[in-house]
Design a protein around this ligand. Sequence first.
Ligand SMILES: Nc1ncnc2c1ncn2[C@@H]1O[C@H](COP(=O)(O)OP(=O)(O)O)[C@@H](O)[C@H]1O
Ligand SMILES: [Mg+2]
Length: 281
Amino acid sequence: MHEGSNRPTDNRPTENCPTEKRVCLSGTGVTKVFGAGSRKTVAVDHVDFSFNEGEMISIVGESGSGKTTLVKMLLGLTSVTDGDLYFMGKKRDIRTRRRKKAYWKGIQAIFQDPFSAYNIFKKIDSVLLDCVHMRGGRHLPHEEKIRMISEACGFVNLKYEELTNKYPFELSGGQMQRLMIARIFLLRPKILLADEPTSMIDACSRATILDMLMKLRAEEGMTIVFITHDLGLAYYVSDRLMIMEKGVIVEQGAADEVILNPQHPYTKQLLSDVPKLTEPW
Ligand SMILES: Nc1ncnc2c1ncn2[C@@H]1O[C@H](COP(=O)(O)OP(=O)(O)O)[C@@H](O)[C@H]1O
Ligand SMILES: [Mg+2]
């Protein structure tokens, strides 16, 4: 690690880690254009990237830089205007409903606004049961399903008994955000896309959510793509940083390198907003 850096390093795989890095998701020339003519917006502009198994990557950029659009393309929630995506070494094919559902076993997301993520007419019990069923647990005995759900709630410090028979809107924002992570714990996707998951909650819950993401990565070997406008936070949690400006990845590299030796003016500008980052505590 470079001198002057103050990130926690203990839970990160080191460079001499014996396990070989395998690419799980990658893309070339990935582009999204909204509208046409004078109303045309190039939200994501020929982006190339490659995420390794078990890696924590942050995509950092100001509001409007195309981060959410990129996440939606990666998930298959919005079409790709141009470019290619590869999942587990093969060109991604989600042209049928069935293939899309299979793809979503491997890749899941949590979004900024937890309220929008739930069907408000569905009780929490059934939201979590659906996750067990999605992972092939439909035929398990009921007690086993409840045991798995309770374990997932425990992982995010929620008590299952306190959630039964409740609707998502009866929870606080922080509880809902944790419930989203409990879903991820049950679904165990290979890749988790976390799009500003901490921006709607208080600082204390924010730290908890970040800890949980790091724990998922450490315990499950999940690849986590963390989307944020906060370069300081991104540096704190990730192995690798990708800096996005107006739809373009202007710089990417190991977190330490990008922060301690930024090359692009936009990265330097973002860095100047977090002046204490590379100074000792
Ligand atoms: N559905 C849409 N229709 C038209 N323009 C959109 C749509 N979604 C996003 N955009 C535009 O694409 C650009 C990138 O937006 P977004 O991906 O939400 O950025 P970020 O998540 O980094 O804030 C913005 O200019 C936004 O106005
Ligand atoms: Mg966004």
